[in-house]
Design a protein around this ligand. Structure first.
Ligand SMILES: [Zn+2]
Length: 424
């Protein structure tokens, strides 16, 4: 694949990310003592999840001053009733900042985190739960992405989110993603971040230049028999996003290795991106390369000489800055490039050629067809076919390759590829 050409406006935004600012934000979040979901009833303005919520909203409002009135800040609030897992009715309230895009045809590009946290007991709102890495790290990243992008104009609307209730079971994100689905919103991507601040693993190995990017194999309504027939098991919209993010990350933050993990989340575990994929929206998750479980969901203590707890001192803010830079590049590129087109592969007759068709994508000036052998993980070939909505490859068989179509704007920004669905 040819390397992406850099957009100087995006590269400038990437360069503005500040490790010092990330440290200041995360330190402030930890100072709320706990952000446990059940601390919402505390009226203490200095402690608890709602004190943190008010502070986050104020930060977004401050950031919004650079947007010329285009950034708005809301809470997404509901009461989660008691159930097998939830010990009492609990109010869940996420902080949502929306930077209105310039093109009403475009959908939403979401960058998300969660600001609630836990110590060893997720039902305990009394003891401290610093949550510096899980997930103060990602909340800091999302605020910093908002700060560097808020002054800029994009065709798509960008939504910066700090979810509540993740540790109680993805509650805030589930409520918000469902509301997007119910109102017919077009979600182009959820770029989720959860545990992205530490570069040293439990075994002491350092991973300052590596981050994992998780993406699901199949959309939830995939027809498995059809997937087997056409070999589309590795080309869900979420996975095409992950491929795009690897390409974008390599171009804009070459110091980082974006390690694609082809799994919805860590083994049998979860994150807020799944609330989006559950609604049929594409989503991915960044996670640091090597987690240290002694620093996650732990009540502060020392046992057998081991210090347990999710503390600021275990965060590598230069590393967090690089992960934040990846987010800036991903989100800005998605928001400026045209979205994935609605593409089809024609199967009307047997033949030795391959014909693709697609609907025009908003903002597209031309289209690029990408392809690879069926056993290859990443696109190996690309060809710009101009401003057309159909193209026939002579003597290239659909039996032997996987194709994708992506839209390119006049300045050369490339959106994520769309897997062409077979039509007669
Ligand atoms: Zn988390």
């Amino acid at each position: 694949m040819p390397a992406l050409s850099l957009d100087s406006r995006i590269a400038d935004a990437v360069a503005k990310v500040s490790a010092d600012r990330l440290r200041a934000i995360d330190t402030r979040l930890v100072a709320f003592g706990t952000r446990n979901g059940y601390s919402e009833t505390s009226n203490n303005p200095k402690r608890g999840v709602y004190a943190a919520r008010a502070w986050l909203a104020a930060q977004f409002r401050e950031i919004g001053k650079s947007s010329g009135g285009r950034l708005t800040v809301d809470y997404d609030t509901y009461v989660q009733p008691k159930n097998d897992r939830i010990v009492r009715d609990v109010e869940i309230s996420s902080v949502i900042a929306t930077l209105k895009g310039d093109d009403p045809q475009r959908g939403l590009v979401i960058v998300s985190s969660h600001f609630d946290d836990c110590n060893s007991k997720c039902t305990d709102p009394t003891l401290d739960a610093p949550g510096a890495d899980d997930n103060g790290s990602a909340v800091s990243a999302v605020l910093e992405v908002a700060r560097v992008l808020a002054p800029l104009h994009f065709p798509a609307t960008i939504v910066f989110i700090c979810f509540d209730g993740e540790d109680l079971g993805l509650l805030g994100s589930a409520n918000y993603a469902k509301s997007l689905k119910d109102r017919g919103a077009k979600v182009e991507a959820d770029v989720n971040n959860d545990i992205v601040g530490a570069s040293t693993g439990r075994d002491g190995r350092q991973w300052p230049n590596d981050v994992r990017l998780f993406s699901e194999a199949l959309p939830k309504d995939a027809a498995l028999r059809r997937v087997n027939q056409i070999g589309s098991e590795n080309d869900s919209p979420s996975r095409e996003l992950a491929r795009a993010f690897k390409e974008i990350g390599t171009a804009y933050v070459p110091a980082m290795n974006v390690n694609l993990i082809w799994r919805t989340d860590r083994f049998l575990r979860g994150g807020d991106q799944q609330s989006f994929t559950d609604q049929g929206f594409p989503g991915t998750r960044y996670v640091e390369q090597s987690e240290n479980y002694e620093h996650q969901h732990q009540t502060l203590r020392v046992e057998n000489g081991i210090e347990y707890g999710d503390l600021i001192k275990f965060i590598d803010f230069d590393y967090l800055a690089r992960v934040t830079q990846l987010n800036v590049a991903d989100v800005a590129t998605l928001a400026v490039a045209p979205p994935a087109p609605d593409a089809s592969l024609l199967t009307r007759a047997l033949g030795y050629d391959t014909t693709l068709e697609w609907k025009p994508a908003p903002g597209a000036a031309s289209y690029e067809i990408v392809w690879r052998a069926t056993f290859e993980p990443l696109w190996t070939h690309a060809r710009n076919v101009g401003n057309v909505t159909t193209f026939t490859f002579k003597n290239v068989s659909k039996d032997d390759s996987i194709f994708g179509v992506r839209a390119v704007d006049a300045a050369g920004h490339k959106g994520p590829a769309a897997y062409p669905q077979p039509v007669r």
